[in-house]
Design a protein around this ligand. Structure first.
Ligand SMILES: NC(=O)c1ccc[n+]([C@@H]2O[C@H](COP(=O)([O-])OP(=O)(O)OC[C@H]3O[C@@H](n4cnc5c(N)ncnc54)[C@H](O)[C@@H]3O)[C@@H](O)[C@H]2O)c1
Length: 440
């Protein structure tokens, strides 16, 4: 990692590239444009609102993260994206029905100017989607090259000095890493051979890395999380992160579960069900796309609760997850959790959580923070998997041999300490400053 003085300064426009201009992407863009004009606050964004303590509490040094680090300011952001549907960002936002007209109308001109480039798309990976704005080729090599040209052209048109890409496209069908993911060479050969194990989102990730553009995956499908693209990212000095934005029910789970664990309360069962009616919900209604989501959602409790260390408390936990497509709800998802816990002498208790949540409102600030932090990481000379960004993901992308950390609070400490180190400050251990701990 470069020291604070070696980080290249942000200079010029930062292009945020968004494969998938649906609910999340357009809510993100609308919010940035509105914040720029002082029409709305970027609530939920650490890069915009959070402070970071430096040194002992008594020093009272608490700068905003964005002041401590040389993050790109919102005024420097420009946007481009791809979608299967030709709607511009304004029309797509209207269709998504997340942001209301009172917020959209004042920024409508800027949003109308953001028209999606033609998508690298193949319906075999997203069964419930079919749209006209797709590249006229089935060749994976031609799609990848087309995406690389798109990136270069969009950077030129916007006069951008740097770019980052955040996948906000639909959840693709469940794929496991296979032979073509074993190395960069195998992956290149797989692209040339139209290997079915290479989905469009992997082509976007590949194109980004080849163009030196940091990449984050907001969906649960396999994308850059395999040895081939991990190695390519290191080779080309590009930071990558993933996967699956941590919003809604999983956010709640990773807030509550660490609480039960630190109090040594047992958990016997955790039943989670959702109703949602947006396009994401429709795509997830397909069992193959749901499988991708189920896998990223399910791993969370095991790593937080550590049933092998605490078999009496968590060894017998029954965890069930359901997602139900229910069109009347649109983006306003409802997530119910029934949690069966037990305490002293094994006496049972129940907790019910009914989260009337707005998924894209929770996801939009994550897109912003990832874009700004990945840009910072790139300028800092950090490459490959950025585990310190685990805070933002349901299924954090980690190095082989590392265990995913799901506890939101541990993830947060790691994120902030990484920022302190990037800024040339000491990490904070949370040991009391007044006491020196010495072994007897
Ligand atoms: N909303 C959340 O809180 C949240 C949380 C975690 C993960 N996610 C994931 O983020 C993604 C976006 O969510 P959303 O609610 O905006 O969904 P959405 O359906 O509104 O938008 C996704 C868009 O991606 C487009 N798309 C699909 N494949 C594409 C391709 N190959 N190239 C270009 N465009 C493509 C679709 O046409 C669609 O417009 C989904 O995968 C979702 O599972 C969302």
């Amino acid at each position: 990692m470069a020291s604070a003085s070696q980080i290249s300064r942000h200079d010029g426009k930062l292009l945020v590239l968004l494969p998938g201009m649906g609910a999340v992407a357009t809510t993100f863009i609308a919010g940035v444009l509105a914040a720029r004009r002082g029409l709305a606050l970027p609530i939920g964004s650490l890069t915009q609102l959070q402070t970071v303590r430096l040194g002992p509490r008594s020093d009272e040094r608490n700068p905003l993260i964005k002041d401590l680090l040389d993050l790109a300011p919102l005024d420097d952001l420009v946007f481009a994206g791809w979608d299967v549907f030709p709607d511009d960002a304004y029309e797509a936002a209207r269709r998504a029905e997340v942001v209301e007209a009172r917020h959209l109308d004042p920024v409508s001109d800027e949003m109308r100017a953001i028209r999606p480039m033609s998508a690298a798309f193949d319906q075999s990976y997203v069964k419930r989607l079919d749209g006209p704005n797709v590249k006229p080729t089935r060749s994976k090599r031609a799609m990848a090259e087309g995406l690389r040209e798109d990136i270069r052209r969009a950077m030129g048109e916007h006069g951008a000095s740097r770019a980052v890409m955040v996948w906000c496209g639909s959840t693709e069908t469940y794929l496991r890493p296979s032979a073509c993911h074993a190395s960069v060479e195998a992956f290149e050969a797989g692209i040339d051979a139209n290997d079915p194990a290479i989905s469009p989102s992997q082509l976007y990730a590949y194109a980004a890395i080849m163009e030196g553009v940091p990449y984050a995956n907001g969906a649960p499908n396999l994308s850059a999380d395999h040895p081939a693209l991990e190695a390519l990212a290191v080779e080309r000095g590009v930071p990558i992160a993933g996967k699956d934005f941590k919003t809604g029910q999983t956010l709640m789970k990773t807030i509550l579960a660490p609480g039960f664990k630190v109090r040594m309360l047992g958990v016997r069962g955790w039943f989670s069900t959702n109703i949602l009616g947006n396009r994401d919900g429709e795509v997830l209604d397909d069992p193959e796309s749901f499988k991708s989501k189920e896998v990223t959602k399910a791993g969370v409790l095991d790593t937080i609760l550590q049933p092998t260390l605490y078999p009496d408390l968590y060894g017998d936990l029954y965890h069930k997850i359901r997602i139900n497509y229910y069109p009347p709800r649109g983006d306003q998802k409802e997530g119910w959790d029934n949690i069966d816990i037990f305490g002293w002498m094994g006496y049972p208790m129940q907790i019910k959580v009914d989260f009337l949540c707005r998924d894209s409102i929770l996801a939009a600030p994550i897109v912003l923070d990832l874009a700004l932090f990945l840009d910072l990481a790139g300028r800092t000379g950090m490459s490959g998997i950025q585990e310190w960004l685990s805070f933002y993901f349901k299924s954090p992308h980690v190095e082989v041999g590392h265990v995913q950390e799901h506890d939101l609070f541990i993830q947060h400490i790691r994120l902030k300490n990484t920022l302190r180190v990037i800024a040339g400050e000491e990490p904070i251990t949370h040991l009391s400053e007044e006491h020196v701990y010495e072994r007897p």
